[in-house]
Design a protein around this ligand. Structure first.
Ligand code: SAM
Length: 265
């Protein structure tokens, strides 16, 4: 594990279950146990929404668009973007997920089905990946079902950083589990964080806490840096064969003028 990911300085009021080390361990285990069987290779509703927004705003496909897929897992949405002709930078905390994504990409390249875009997959921290591409901006930021895993401060840092690496006018499209997804049969609110953070009652799922994503939370975090913000709802199975989870999706754009308060914008 990359030691840079170990967040020893986690704010004392945050739950340890929402720190990066715990999240990385939990997901590493999921990918080791289930591999690409977690969700299969169908694209998520969020990926379809982002693709449509990009294609509708650039129907002649005059320029290449590079999408950052943050928390890409084993790359089911990254592969969908590639098939549509976008380039992809996939980033995930889990080394196993990234190994699976690279393998799936290679297999797809070898299958003879034309892939119009190109991809790179990176295990680790988004900022170090984007910082290493000196002077290059990206054409869209995408993240499906990651935000509810993050502590509030990590969510803010990541979202603001992501926007600072976007080209002006680029799409920002993220999803996370919405409070409609709270299921009292399986979950309970964490005392002091009612209606915000829940945990599973099943002790086997200790450390899988959910920081539900609301419009208010998104507005508070990125509202100052985006325009044309639209909220959509979608559902997709928690994993193959499991009941649906309810997602809140935000689609917005980085303004053409420099958003104030963003370093590197
Ligand atoms: C529910 S999965 C979604 C995977 C993928 N987006 C999809 O929909 O197929 C959440 C993913 O977010 C990753 N993740 C969580 N926190 C992260 C962080 N701070 N940076 C990068 N990836 C993260 C996990 O390792 C996991 O692969």
């Amino acid at each position: 594990m990359d030691t840079r990911l170990i967040n020893h300085a986690t704010r004392p009021h945050e739950l340890s279950a929402l720190d990066k080390t715990t999240i990385a361990k939990t997901w590493q285990q999921y990918y080791e146990d289930c591999g690409c069987g977690l969700w299969g290779f169908s694209p998520s509703p969020t990926a379809k929404i982002l693709s449509k927004a990009i294609l509708d705003s650039n129907p002649r496909r005059s320029e290449r668009v590079e999408i950052v897929d943050w928390g890409c897992g084993y790359g089911r949405d990254s592969l969908y973007f590639l098939e549509l002709g976008f380039d992809v930078i996939g980033i995930d905390l889990s080394e196993k997920a990234i190994a699976l994504a690279r393998e799936a990409y290679k297999k797809r390249q070898a299958s003879g089905i034309p892939l119009f875009g190109s991809a790179s997959f990176h295990a680790g921290d988004m900022c170090s990946v984007l910082k290493s591409r000196v002077g290059q901006k990206v054409g869209a930021f995408f993240s499906n079902r990651v935000l509810h895993l993050l502590a509030e401060a990590d969510f803010c840092d990541a979202a603001r950083n992501a926007i600072s690496y976007l080209e002006r006018g680029a799409c920002f499209c993220v999803s996370g589990r919405s409070p409609n997804d709270f299921d009292a049969a399986q979950m309970e609110w964490i005392p002091g964080r009612e209606n915000e953070v829940a945990r599973y009652k099943d002790p086997a799922r200790t450390g899988h806490d959910i920081a539900f994503v609301t419009k208010q939370r998104l507005r508070r975090t990125v509202g100052h840096y985006l325009e044309n913000m639209h909220y959509l709802s979608a559902a997709e199975p928690e994993r193959v064969g499991a009941p649906d989870t309810q997602l809140l999706i935000l689609l917005g754009r980085k303004p053409q003028t420099n958003p104030c308060g963003l370093a590197n914008a």
